[in-house]
Design a protein around this ligand. Structure first.
Ligand code: HEC
Ligand code: HEC
Length: 294
């Protein structure tokens, strides 16, 4: 038999336990997400050296401006590179690069662009450094020349404050730090010197979305580029300059990209790009090769 006072105590403690369990359910996962994302955001990396120096000749600046358009820098950082708020995959501000020209050395810029690293050795987020890792020093030098030719405008963007939705993605590895991607992603298959020009362009102009190996994006929105098989040379020109699919449909992402970026590609750039993508589409997959070897 339980006394009346004992019963009251039991109810009290039972109630407290229920409340505690409810609190744990509501706040437990978020604090776990918070702690894990905090640990990931606090990571520091080894800063590699860079010896690239901005090419501030008129030819260098002009080439840098063009490369910045093809590589998509102006798409995310804004036409004047004064910064833009992005909403996808997380809400984050693409930094004001023009203001940073007062603060960053050429080495700081290069490490941010190709390695995804800030001068304090933390990683950038969403910045597609993995697609720029293989850019040649001369092209980085031209982009730096272009950056340094801008009149610094506005304030430098502070390091991002990650909201809970962003932390959720970081904690669940749905979003990987730029520095980690730059260290771990594989380049597109190398088909020799004949195709090197097209491969180079594909890696920095298309790799940010279609994956550095060009096998498609992690979220599945940008397809693997073996779809090139559906395109004749003429249709591929229409894709690059108008954003049309192989059957003449206006593509949601590729059409604005054609308008803002790829329409500036010359015939002598689109042809090697097409040649490389076609040659790459005919290379058997690794598992097909190993099966053939058995
Ligand atoms: C998909 C959008 C996207 C593209 C394309 C892109 N960036 Fe970024 N970039 C970002 C975002 C977002 C940040 C801020 C990341 C952060 O604060 O963690 C950033 C940061 C940077 C930084 C570091 C700035 C700082 O605050 O320390 C530099 C430098 C930079 N980008 C240069 C470039 C250049 C040059 C290109 C083209 C070759 C380029 N970016 C293309 C999104 C992009
Ligand atoms: C900003 C991200 C982004 C970049 C950069 C990009 N793509 Fe795409 N691409 C997409 C998405 C997303 C799709 C899916 C269709 C759509 O929404 O336009 C796509 C679709 C395609 C397709 C398939 C179209 C079809 O038949 O369905 C091809 C081929 C293609 N892209 C080629 C390229 C090439 C070549 C480049 C570089 C010169 C490039 N893309 C750069 C995002 C991108």
């Amino acid at each position: 038999m339980v006394s009346r006072a004992g019963m009251a105590r039991l109810l009290l403690w039972g109630g407290a336990a229920v409340v505690a369990a409810a609190l744990a359910i509501f706040y437990g996962p978020p604090s776990y997400v918070w702690l894990l994302s905090e640990a990931i955001l606090d990571r520091r990396y080894t800063l590699p050296r860079s010896l690239v120096i901005a090419d501030s000749t008129p030819a260098g600046i002009a080439r840098g401006a063009r490369l910045a358009q093809l590589a998509g820098c102006t798409g995310c950082h804004g036409r004047a590179l004064t910064g833009n708020l992005l909403r996808d995959p997380i809400s984050i501000r693409a930094s004001n690069l023009s203001a940073l020209t007062r603060k960053y050395s050429d080495e700081d810029f290069d490490r941010a662009i190709r390695r995804g690293l800030r001068p304090d050795a933390s990683s950038l987020w969403v910045m597609p450094s993995q697609a720029y890792l293989y850019m040649r020093d001369v092209d980085i030098a031209a982009i730096l020349g272009f950056l340094r030719s801008l009149t610094p405008t506005g304030k430098a963007t502070p390091a991002p404050e990650m909201d809970m939705a962003a932390r959720e993605k970081i904690a669940r590895a749905k979003l990987i730090a730029a520095a980690d991607l730059s260290q771990t992603q594989m380049p597109a298959v190398d088909l020799g010197p004949h195709y090197s020009g097209g491969r180079y362009l594909a890696m920095f102009a298309c790799g940010g979305c279609h994956g550095t190996e060009l096998n498609g994006s992690q979220d599945g929105r940008a397809p693997g580029l073996k779809v090139i098989r559906r395109y004749t040379r003429q249709k591929f020109f229409n894709l690059m300059r108008r954003g049309w699919s192989a059957n003449g449909r206006r593509l949601r992402t590729m059409a604005p990209l054609a308008r803002d970026r790829f329409h500036i590609l010359m015939d002598w750039e689109i042809d090697p790009l097409y040649a490389y993508l076609m040659a790459r589409a005919k290379v058997p997959e690794v598992d097909q090769i190993s099966r053939a070897g058995r």
